[in-house]
Design a protein around this ligand. Structure first.
Ligand SMILES: Cc1cc2nc3c(=O)[nH]c(=O)nc-3n(C[C@H](O)[C@H](O)[C@H](O)COP(=O)(O)OP(=O)(O)OC[C@H]3O[C@@H](n4cnc5c(N)ncnc54)[C@H](O)[C@@H]3O)c2cc1C
Length: 543
């Protein structure tokens, strides 16, 4: 296999791993990116709701155990690009207050060791990297931005514009949802209605067979692999353990299982872990040694703890008037994000989803109706308007990832973690929608596979390897390097000490750029002029 020693080795090709790998590759140093999955095939089934939701064709064949040791299938996707292959590409910044301590009725979401201002430049770069379309300044609750989005917002279709106007009439502040998609533009740089993406109603949960969604493979990895011959991707390569040096305990490399089932070792000066918040924690625990018996980087006993995943709720409103919208995911609302007249505590974010179809509605139907043929649901779907409500959950020490004696992963979620916020958000928003004539609120769509099984809703996993300044209360330092090891970094969603109430991926990408910068500074550059694909655009370069 040639020279198996690399300057930097990255585990996992989701938004965190792919972004750091691409950034570090700009140094010209040898970077190896290891991914357990393969490329997700571009095929007809990508947009087939039955294949995606009915049979879970793209969901990993994986079994975890809940706090009662009951088995469940987590919502994970092992592919180049990770879970972003199926994500909804809603790419929000956290709000400034999320970086401070946030008081909830039964607990506190802790402060970050960074401020919004520290993260702001990286958010700008992340937005450019992931083709985000949006409009800064529209949401009065958002933080300031030093640069405008590179791409204009995706316009509302008429039915959604009516809802937006209606919400505004009620004194609320709807704004265009920041979205990572690729759209054809007219002569004035505005997205055309003929853009393939806007003629498609398949986004949340669906892979994109035409590459029009900014996932980690299309937006970052493919361009980086094309530009940097020093970046190497190995697919179908599962990291089994992070190996350490016996003498000083630093990370030495990884032991992997290759596609043919054989074992192999790769070594590196720096190891970057980005397997997703659950699997990164599990890998650190699995990599225990005699010197570090509690698991790697775990002298604090914090690895695996403080798991968060949001309190999410997909809400289907039914309007008497048909909703002919094709591309529905264009509107969001932060009016109830912080304390408001409606409640003294934060409730959360509201955003639109892609349009429900018959299979998704069938999945949300009460038990006993699920046998029914899907045709009536297709009629009902013509009247549905779909929203996603997201509230913060609090990091709890006992909401944690551990390994069972048989080596399987246990994900123990503590119940009733700030769920009142999302319930209040639902009722508050339903009241508003009722005023707009959407009175028939019939069903709450349990998105994707986790109907009735809370722990399986792993889409927004975060928090299990938190960063901080205190080595006894956090696993990583402020640069996301392990307190205990000089050459191990973690860049997936696990670094977050609190999760806020917006989808996490833009923050993961921004942080991965930040950590990538630190690693690049540390290792220096090799020869030639480094490419700057993940660097901020020069002033004037924004179109
Ligand atoms: C249906 C769905 C919709 C979503 N919609 C949104 C949205 O609209 N907006 C948003 O912000 N977020 C959304 N998310 C969440 C988003 O996908 C995640 O936040 C994001 O993918 C996390 O990136 P990551 O790099 O931390 O980890 P992941 O994307 O989980 O990537 C981890 C990678 O590591 C690989 N890996 C794991 N273990 C190993 C190992 N041992 N060896 C080698 N490789 C390994 C995995 O195969 C995977 O490719 C959604 C998620 C889902 C499932």
């Amino acid at each position: 296999m040639g020279n198996d020693h690399y300057d930097v080795l990255v585990i996992g090709s989701g938004p965190g791993g792919a972004t750091t790998a691409a950034r570090v590759a700009e140094t010209g140093k040898r970077v190896l990116l290891l991914e357990r999955g393969d490329f997700l095939p571009r095929e007809r089934d990508n947009w087939d709701s039955h294949a995606v939701f009915g049979t879970g064709k793209y969901t990993a064949d994986e079994t975890f155990y809940d706090r009662h040791d009951r088995p469940f299938q987590p919502e994970l996707h092992y592919y180049v690009g990770g879970n972003s292959k199926v994500y909804g590409a809603a790419l929000f910044r956290l709000l400034p207050q999320d970086f401070g301590e946030v008081q909830h009725p039964n607990g506190v979401a802790p402060a970050w060791p960074l401020t919004y201002e520290d993260m702001e430049p990286y958010y700008g770069r992340a937005e450019q990297l992931f083709w985000v379309h949006g409009q800064h300044g529209e949401d009065p609750f958002a933080g300031s931005s030093s640069q405008e989005y590179k791409h204009p917002p995706v316009a509302h279709e008429p039915h959604i514009q009516e809802i937006s106007d209606g919400l505004q009439g009620l004194g609320l502040h709807p704004f265009h949802l920041p979205l990572g998609v690729q759209l054809e533009q007219d002569a004035h740089g505005m997205p055309t209605r003929e853009s393939l993406c806007l003629r498609c109603d398949r986004i949340d949960g669906f892979p994109c067979p035409v590459g029009a969604k900014a996932d980690a493979e299309t937006a970052v990895l493919r361009p980086a692999l094309a530009t940097h011959p020093n970046l190497q991707l190995m697919t179908q390569t599962t990291v089994e353990r992070v190996l350490t040096d016996n003498a000083d305990g630093s990370a030495r490399g990884v032991a992997v299982t290759l596609a043919d089932g054989s074992s192999h070792v790769f070594t590196a000066d720096i190891v970057v872990l980005s397997a997703g918040a659950i699997l990164s924690a599990a890998l650190l625990l699995k990599s225990a040694t005699e010197k570090q018996p509690q698991g790697l980087a775990n002298s604090s006993d914090m690895v695996g703890r403080n798991y968060m995943c949001h309190n999410n709720l997909a809400l289907i409103a039914f309007s008497r008037k048909p909703n002919p919208t094709v591309f529905q995911k264009t509107l969001a609302l932060n009016d109830f994000y912080g304390p408001s007249d409606a409640w003294a505590y934060p409730m959360g974010n509201i955003q639109m989803l892609g349009k429900s179809d018959d299979w998704q509605l069938k999945g949300a139907a009460p038990r006993g109706l699920a046998w029914a043929p899907s045709a009536p649901y297709a009629q009902v779907a013509k009247h549905s308007v779909d929203f996603w409500l997201c509230s913060e959950d609090i990091p709890l020490a006992d909401s944690r990832v551990t390994l069972r004696p048989d080596g399987a992963i246990k994900l123990a979620l503590q119940p009733n973690n700030n769920v009142e916020a999302v319930m209040r958000l639902r009722h508050t928003f339903q009241e508003k929608l009722t005023k707009l004539g959407m009175v028939h609120m019939r069903s709450v769509r349990s998105l994707y596979l986790h109907k009735g099984f809370e722990a399986a809703a792993t889409a927004h996993q975060a928090g299990t390897v938190r960063f901080g300044t205190n080595p006894s209360a956090s696993v990583l330092d402020v640069n996301c390097k392990a307190h205990d090891l000089d050459n191990l970094y973690v860049v997936d969603g696990s670094f977050m000490p609190s999760i806020g109430a917006v989808n996490p991926t833009l923050t993961i990408i921004a942080n991965a750029l930040r950590v990538g910068d630190r690693i690049a500074e540390r290792i220096g550059t090799t020869g030639g002029q480094p490419s700057t694909a993940t660097q901020p655009a020069q002033p004037g370069a924004i179109t």
